[in-house]
Design a binder for this molecule. Structure first.
Ligand SMILES: *[C@@H]1O[C@H](CO)[C@@H](O)[C@H](O)[C@H]1NC(C)=O
Ligand SMILES: *[C@@H]1O[C@H](CO)[C@@H](O)[C@H](O)[C@H]1NC(C)=O
Ligand SMILES: *[C@@H]1O[C@H](CO)[C@@H](O)[C@H](O)[C@H]1NC(C)=O
Ligand SMILES: *[C@@H]1O[C@H](CO)[C@@H](O)[C@H](O)[C@H]1NC(C)=O
Ligand SMILES: *[C@@H]1O[C@H](CO)[C@@H](O)[C@H](O)[C@H]1NC(C)=O
Ligand SMILES: *[C@@H]1O[C@H](CO)[C@@H](O)[C@H](O)[C@H]1NC(C)=O
Ligand SMILES: *[C@@H]1O[C@H](CO)[C@@H](O)[C@H](O)[C@H]1NC(C)=O
Ligand SMILES: *[C@@H]1O[C@H](CO)[C@@H](O)[C@H](O)[C@H]1NC(C)=O
Ligand SMILES: *[C@@H]1O[C@H](CO)[C@@H](O)[C@H](O)[C@H]1NC(C)=O
Ligand SMILES: [Ca+2]
Ligand SMILES: [Ca+2]
Ligand SMILES: [Ca+2]
Length: 356
């Protein structure tokens, strides 16, 4: 949950969206607490999985990107009149028999028209690599026939970030062409090596683009595998005007055997972002823990180690690779941040094909 603590107002924005999420039956909010406005909101079209939010038609109203059967993307545009979200744009992947794994709206060519990046598991996929395609926005909508299929595949979900500070989102990840992370710069869509790190990136990644050095520019947080010690470690790459250099490397807590996904939040309320790490002290996750490292320090502090409640032991579920992509319910990761760098907090949900 990168950047969640950066702008408190993003939660205010998120609240109504979570209500919608709950109505679609995918969110963490109990739907019982809400009255049924499904028909009012969506009319007869109320089915699918909410995959992302974004303002597609630049009317300053948030539109909903909904997936159906993981190969149709339907954009519900916000409207003044009921139903308040109308299905207006459809992109079908049925003919490609590819399964969409994430939906990330953004203006990837900088023409002020929102585009959408889809990642997908390609047909006849031998490896677990993900394909990626950008559908171009034009005339306040998406053209289903105007797309660019990226000529590299990704080992894992790419991270969308403004790498070079030109306000155009860029696409970061390990591709099939190199072991070093690459960046696809938005605008002219040119590939560049992103960092000189020699460490292997961990899959599923828990990388984040977040200001950890408190200089108001977002830094890059990576979870990597140290080749010498064969353990996970955390690298913070500081952003100096678009040049990234490693500033801190932190080993995982010594007792942690299964390492979960890092999260950032101002845990102790001192105004600084802390790094929270859930995990387990044994392979089967009978002994779950959460550690914290305070901003600017390198010391892990256990914050929660007793997961037993009324005789029941609660544990995290260790990560298991997705076996049957079509059958498995899709876990949802929420990302909140100023996505398009326009000064407003944006909320979006990325679907991942992995748990965790
Ligand atoms: C909510 O309303 C929709 C549309 O009228 C209906 O299909 C759905 O079953 C309702 N849900 C509940 C929980 O009543
Ligand atoms: C999908 O394939 C079917 C038959 O193979 C074809 O009739 C249809 O036009 C195709 N749809 C699209 C959107 O390409
Ligand atoms: C954009 O949409 C408007 C109205 O819907 C239409 O008149 C115009 O021709 C479209 N322009 C392009 C380039 O498609
Ligand atoms: C496709 O989209 C791009 C970017 O918006 C635009 O420059 C180009 O003219 C479009 N091509 C067609 C055939 O519509
Ligand atoms: C990918 O496409 C870019 C242009 O978009 C081209 O410069 C590059 O050579 C291509 N790379 C490969 C591996 O095909
Ligand atoms: C990487 O993936 C692209 C797209 O699938 C493919 O065209 C290219 O040949 C692959 N490159 C390597 C080195 O496997
Ligand atoms: C693409 O744009 C970036 C920055 O905007 C620039 O550094 C790079 O040289 C350009 N690449 C090409 C192939 O035009
Ligand atoms: C791997 O870990 C060791 C011990 O903590 C450290 O000295 C070394 O710099 C790390 N290697 C990399 C590539 O970060
Ligand atoms: C970033 O690094 C490049 C290449 O090393 C250098 O040319 C450029 O001046 C650096 N920019 C800043 C702002 O330090
Ligand atoms: Ca809108
Ligand atoms: Ca665009
Ligand atoms: Ca950029």
């Amino acid at each position: 949950m990168a950047a969640a603590g950066r702008l408190p107002s993003s939660w205010a924005l998120l609240a109504p969206l979570l209500a919608v999420l709950a109505l679609l039956g995918v969110g963490p909010v109990p739907a019982r607490a809400l009255h049924n406005v499904t028909a009012e909101l969506f009319g007869a079209e109320a089915w699918g999985t909410l995959a992302a939010f974004g303002d597609l038609n630049s009317d300053k109203q948030t539109d909903l990107f909904v997936l159906r059967e993981r190969n149709d993307l339907i954009v519900f545009l916000a409207d003044q009149n009921a139903p308040y979200f109308k299905p207006k744009v459809k992109i079908s992947f049925k003919n490609h028999s590819a399964l969409i794994t994430s939906v990330v709206p953004g203006d990837y060519d900088g023409d002020s028209q929102m585009d959408v990046l889809l990642t997908y598991i390609p047909k006849n996929h031998a490896k677990s690599d993900l394909g990626a395609v950008i559908f171009w926005g034009q005339n306040q909508t998406l053209d289903p026939n105007n797309m660019t299929i990226l000529n590299r595949t990704f080992q894992d979900q790419p991270l969308i970030m403004d790498f070079n500070g030109d306000l155009i989102p860029d696409i970061f990840g390990i591709t099939n062409e190199s072991n070093q992370p690459q960046i696809l710069l938005g605008g002219n869509l040119s590939w560049h090596p992103a960092l000189t790190t020699t460490s292997k990136m961990r899959i599923p990644h828990s990388h984040a683009f977040i200001d950890l050095t408190e200089d108001f520019t977002a830094d890059l947080f990576l979870t990597t595998l140290n080749a010498t010690t064969s353990t996970f470690q955390f690298e913070i790459w500081e952003n100096l005007d678009g040049n990234f250099s490693v500033s801190t490397i932190l080993e995982k807590p010594q007792n942690m055997v299964v390492v979960g996904q890092s999260a950032f939040a101002d845990f102790d309320g001192d105004g600084h972002m802390d790094h929270l790490l859930p995990g387990c002290e044994d392979k089967n996750c009978h002994k779950s823990t959460i550690y914290l490292v305070r901003s600017g320090t390198k010391q892990w502090i256990p914050v929660l180690q007793d997961f037993s409640n009324k005789g029941t032991l609660w544990g995290f579920v260790p990560f298991v690779h997705e076996q049957q992509p079509t059958e498995i319910p899709i876990p949802i990761t929420l990302h909140i941040g100023d996505y398009n760098m326009d000064g407003y907090p944006d909320a979006l949900v990325i679907l991942k094909n992995t748990s965790g």
